[in-house]
Design a protein around this ligand. Structure first.
Ligand code: GLN
Length: 533
């Protein structure tokens, strides 16, 4: 079931194996037709995570990278659309030499080939494959078929883990294992028997429940792993170890640890810091992707949330995050004063026109009231628009994304991208993936990174218009990092003497933060926030 924790389970299994010295890689399989996640609405699907090679994927890929400290590529991601597309292309290229190309076996065979190729390229001892969706759906059946075929081919090398939800209905007050029993039967119908069952529930499973699952689902009691609700997702690998998951994995896969699990000890030390932090730092995140029906979701900004948690853990604080809808400030500008209660404000990435004037008002408030501000991508473009309007006096300055005919297009699309837009070649109009940037000395960015060259991940169409850069600089804005040729502005900031922290990036630093390696700009931002009275 989506949201039950398959991504964190996958990442945690990887973490445990890594801790014993094994090389690990991870795959996400999304059973939808979309060839990548770039065109999907974040309110529906959650955040689009960008890999270093520019591929736009599912947020789970972010979890794998954050837990495992590995950099994944487009080869570690698969959708139904992608698999069918390559099978059809190969058929057109006569690669099946006259054979009748069929859904089975050719689609599962393509899935298997991709998994094997990538596991080899990643030099992995173990490849962990997460199949999205729920057992019993039509959508993921061919991926399950691929796993079944792999297991027949190499029974000792393939194990299957089922993540199942064990509800405790409030009217009964008891954990119910029946849905899991049915799920296993449905899975059996595809020819797969789980080797391990990860039981997601509000509390740890008692022996009785484990026994029931064991009998009815044909697994050993020891192979039922408790996955209770946790305060922090980073607790999960440690919880799994309470049920001896590493020993079970090694036994079932016939592998041996290569070293002692000292990395998991380091992990445990860091996780302890998360739990012991009491001093709070309050951050307001101003965006628009929050409401869906009656629910407010923060999934769209999962990497920003995690990056804040990593940085807070590093400085021994507890990050308290509040979701603020930017349209609120458009309806009532007096509401801006409510921002006082936060130690700092973040405006994360975004697209389109809605809520933009509200965001600009927030940026102006932060600038004038010296409230720490950290802008990410759109958050930098809007910082430039606000600065041009208020400091340079260019009243109708705007991004051409919002106002295509503005007299002062301070944020605009670059000429070569315009050509792609004209040809409706939208897939090619984004700057995606990692790009090198140079940082200039004696800036906030410089002191945060402590280095001159950085590689950061991008996902945007628009850029600060080079024609306005000199005027913006004369007006006091510092561009502390640019592309190596100096044309594209990558970080904008105000000098420390004028503002405690007013900095924004054209890239998305949140995509490269992990628990053990928090991103330096998030750390610098939170440090500045802590100084605010
Ligand atoms: N909408 C802006 C652009 O396309 C910013 C994108 C973002 O924030 N990721 O350039």
């Amino acid at each position: 079931m989506s949201g039950v924790g398959k991504g964190i389970t996958t990442s945690s299994i990887g973490k445990i194996l890594q801790a014993y010295g094994l090389g690990v890689t991870a795959f996400k399989i999304d059973p939808y037709i979309n060839v990548d996640a770039g065109t999907m609405n974040p309110t529906e699907h959650g955040e689009v995570f960008v890999l270093k090679d520019g591929y736009e994927t599912d947020q789970d890929m972010g979890n794998y990278e954050r837990f495992l400290n590995i950099e994944l590529s487009r080869d570690n991601y698969m959708t139904t659309g992608m698999v069918y597309k390559s099978v059809i292309e190969r058929e057109r290229n006569l690669e099946y030499v006259g054979k009748c190309v069929q859904v089975v076996p050719h689609i599962p065979l393509e899935v298997i080939a991709r998994i094997k190729r990538t596991a080899k390229k990643d030099k992995a001892d173990v490849a962990i494959i997460e199949i999205g969706g729920t057992v019993g759906e039509y959508e993921n059946i061919l991926f399950l078929e691929a796993i079944r075929m792999m297991k027949i081919e190499s029974p000792k090398d393939v194990i299957t883990v089922m993540v199942s939800y064990i509800p405790t209905p409030s009217t009964i007050g008891e954990m119910k294992t029946k849905p899991t029993q049915h799920a296993v039967r449905t899975l059996n119908g595809t020819g797969i028997q789980p080797d391990i069952i990860v039981a997601r529930a509000s509390r740890p499973l008692d022996e009785k429940r484990k026994g029931k699952i064991a009998i009815f689902c044909s697994v050993r009691k020891e192979d039922v792993i408790s996955a209770p609700d946790v305060e922090s997702i980073y607790d999960v690998p440690l919880n799994f170890e309470k049920d001896h998951l590493s020993a079970i994995l090694f036994h079932k896969l016939g592998l041996k640890p290569r070293k002692q699990n000292d990395t998991l000890e380091e992990w445990a030390r860091v996780v302890k810091r998360i739990h012991s932090a009491t001093d709070e730092v309050h951050i307001g995140i101003v965006g628009k992707y929050f409401k869906t029906g009656d629910y407010v979701l923060s999934d769209a900004y999962i990497s920003v949330i995690e990056a804040l948690k990593h940085a807070a853990c590093k400085i021994g604080k507890k990050a308290i995050l509040t979701w603020i809808d930017s349209t609120d400030f458009e309806e009532d500008s007096k509401k801006l004063a409510t921002l006082k209660q936060y130690n700092g404000i973040i405006i994360p990435g975004g697209f389109g026109k809605r809520g933009i004037e509200g965001k600009l008002a927030v940026i102006r408030y932060c600038r004038l009231k010296k409230l720490p501000y950290f802008g990410l991508c759109y958050g930098m473009q809007l910082l430039v628009v606000e600065y041009a309007r208020d400091v340079l006096g260019l009243r109708d300055a705007h991004s051409t994304e919002v106002s295509p005919d503005t007299k002062h297009p301070v944020v605009d699309i670059m000429p070569e991208q315009k050509e792609n837009m004209r040809k409706k070649n939208y897939g090619a109009t984004m700057r995606l993936g990692h790009y090198l940037a140079h940082i200039f000395p004696k800036t906030i960015a410089w002191s945060a990174y402590g280095t001159e060259n950085i590689l950061e991940r991008h996902r945007h169409r628009y850029e600060v218009n080079p024609e306005y850069v000199e005027d913006l600089k004369k007006g006091g804005l510092v561009f502390s990092a640019t592309s190596p040729d100096g044309v594209l502005m990558e970080i904008a900031e105000l000098p420390k003497k004028n503002h405690p922290f007013f900095l924004a990036t054209q890239f998305h630093p949140e995509f490269q933060s992990s628990l053990l390696h928090p991103h330096p700009l998030f750390v610098a931002f939170l440090k500045a926030c802590m100084k605010k009275q």
